[in-house]
Design a protein around this ligand. Structure first.
Ligand SMILES: [Zn+2]
Ligand SMILES: [Zn+2]
Length: 233
């Protein structure tokens, strides 16, 4: 089988034979990270909604309501991200990048509704009854739609668009998954650059880009110790 790279522009991994055999255009770590993002979104939305409330509540002083004269920095970003989206907003070229000819970031619901519409109309699956960003994210993250999406030629566009959305959302809430270094050399390139991220299944090597599950790293560590013991004996 010829080597094909993962369709996500931000990813340099080549597709494994097992991934190609199932028709995946995205590598499994990229598919998994989409699931992580979609499950993180409701938490991020709660934080965004909290900051919107705080900033739109006028303060009462001496019986009269005092309104802010200038918007707080960042408030427009929050309102924009929480903006509504209609089902008709989901119509665009699935290969086109939403942010290309758009000024500023689309609302969360606007980004999600497009992909829900593309998938549900092609597969004739019922879209979520409610079009809140939380429901849209839950619908997309549910195994079947994400699984099918990962085999389409536009899967890389979807991945990169959601990655850009998550970057904007995390920048706005200042809420990021924690990353921590792992004190174990990378089984492939031997550099001490392994980083684990909250909620993520894979630990990534910052040098060669390899991804490992916890089990794979535990196994690699046991092999290293066994080799050291053999050397010492
Ligand atoms: Zn990938
Ligand atoms: Zn490595």
């Amino acid at each position: 089988m010829t080597t094909t790279s993962c369709a996500a522009e931000s990813c340099t991994r080549a597709l494994r034979d097992t991934e190609q055999a199932t028709g995946q255009t995205l590598c499994t770590p990229c598919v998994d990270v989409i699931g992580v993002w979609l499950r993180e979104l409701p938490l991020q939305i709660t934080v965004l909604e909290g900051s919107r409330q705080r900033e739109t509540t006028g303060t009462s002083g001496g019986g009269r309501t005092v309104y802010r004269t200038a918007p707080l920095p960042g408030r427009d970003d929050v309102l924009n991200l929480l903006g509504p989206a209609a089902w008709s907003d989901g119509v665009r070229d699935p290969h086109g990048d939403a942010t290309e000819d758009q000024h500023g970031q689309l609302p969360i619901a606007g980004v999600l509704i497009h992909w829900v519409r593309v998938i549900s109309e092609d597969r004739r699956w019922n879209p979520p009854v409610s079009l809140t960003p939380q429901s849209l994210a839950a619908w997309l993250a549910d195994g079947r739609p994400l699984d099918w999406a990962s085999r389409q030629d536009w899967a890389g566009v979807m991945h990169d668009e959601l990655r850009d959305l998550m970057r904007t959302v995390r920048d706005t809430t200042c809420l990021r998954p924690r990353r921590r270094a792992i004190a174990q050399p990378c089984p492939r390139c031997d550099s001490l650059a392994l980083v684990a991220t909250d909620h993520q299944i894979y630990t990534e090597c910052g040098t060669c880009g390899s991804m490992y599950t916890r089990e794979e790293l535990a196994l690699a560590a046991r092999i290293t110790y066994a080799a050291l013991d053999a050397d010492a004996a």
